[in-house]
Design a protein around this ligand. Structure first.
Ligand SMILES: NC(=O)c1ccc[n+]([C@@H]2O[C@H](COP(=O)([O-])OP(=O)(O)OC[C@H]3O[C@@H](n4cnc5c(N)ncnc54)[C@H](OP(=O)(O)O)[C@@H]3O)[C@@H](O)[C@H]2O)c1
Length: 263
């Protein structure tokens, strides 16, 4: 299926690792040009080198905790690539303290900026360059927006739920300009960051409660992001696509495995 992304200009926040990196790679495979934004110069340079054989990759150093960075990123991408067609608000993270510790005001501000405000400023920055010709924005939410997890997602989950509703509101605000806004809700995804912190009990829980009995590979989140950004998703806007392998959708997820004797 031809996705129609050849020659399109794509911006991905937080694109040097994990889901952002896998998305950058997938967009390049479709012939798009990609601007990857993150904080660390060395990782930006290494990512550029790693991906440049696949197509046109540019990098931009930015910090999601400084809202002005989003507008600088948009200015840079539009001047380097001529315009912006696709913007992926991928940056986001749960606070390292997210295991039941007491949150300070600074911790809360940090989590809000990373998980929610990044999607507000990212979309507003993209809109400046999309409003004349249309485009697609994809916000990365989380399975934690649908199912609560005390401790790890006490603050992160509600903010990701806000991103889900924000996406619908942005879709409504930008519809008249030919801009579609959608949201992807990944389940547990085996990024390098997750690999470092995941416990055996996390893995066992994923196995027990997910229809596809494993964590996602980053590219399995990237492909839905690329599809939603493409012309083939031209009638999809304001949608939230959960990509969780069927995690916590029924009370007896192992039913077919047990019945078939395949467990
Ligand atoms: N992995 C999962 O299991 C999972 C599940 C559900 C949802 N998600 C969501 O998916 C998105 C991507 O997660 P991921 O696990 O792929 O992340 P990741 O592997 O930890 O990568 C994070 C990326 O963001 C950049 N970054 C971090 N802090 C930044 C900041 N302050 N300013 C600019 N860039 C920053 C990092 O580069 P630098 O450090 O160089 O800045 C890196 O490129 C996030 O929104 C996350 O909440 C992930």
């Amino acid at each position: 299926m031809e996705l129609g992304l050849e020659g399109k200009s794509v911006v991905i926040t937080g694109g040097t690792r994990g889901i952002g990196l896998a998305s950058a790679s997938a967009f390049l495979e479709e012939g798009a040009s990609v601007v990857i934004a993150a904080r660390k110069d060395d990782e930006l340079a290494a990512t550029k080198e790693r991906l440049s054989g696949k197509g046109r990759v540019l990098t931009f150093r930015f910090d999601a905790l400084d809202y002005r960075s989003f507008y600088d990123l948009a200015d840079y991408a539009a001047s380097a690539l001529g315009t912006i067609d696709v913007w992926v608000n991928n940056v986001g993270a749960s606070h390292p303290k997210s295991s039941g510790d007491e949150y300070t005001e600074d911790d809360l501000r940090w989590t809000e900026a990373m998980c929610f405000e990044s999607a507000v400023h990212g979309a507003q920055a993209a809109f400046r360059y999309m409003k004349d010709h249309g485009g697609a924005i994809v916000n990365i939410s989380s399975l934690a927006a649908r199912v609560g997890t005390a401790g790890r997602s006490t603050i992160y989950g509600p903010l990701k739920a806000a991103v889900r509703l924000l996406s619908a509101n942005q879709a409504a605000e930008y519809a008249a300009y030919g801009i579609r806004v959608n949201c992807v809700m990944p389940g547990f995804t085996m990024t390098e960051t997750v690999q470092r912190s995941v416990s055996d009990s996390d893995k066992a829980l994923v196995e027990e409660r997910t229809l596809i009995r494993r964590m996602a590979r980053p590219e399995e989140i990237a492909y839905p992001i690329v599809f939603l950004s493409s012309d083939k998703a031209s009638y999809i806007t304001g949608a939230a696509l959960e990509v969780s392998g069927g995690r916590d959708i029924v009370l007896n997820p192992m039913y077919s495995y047990e019945k078939s004797g395949l467990l």
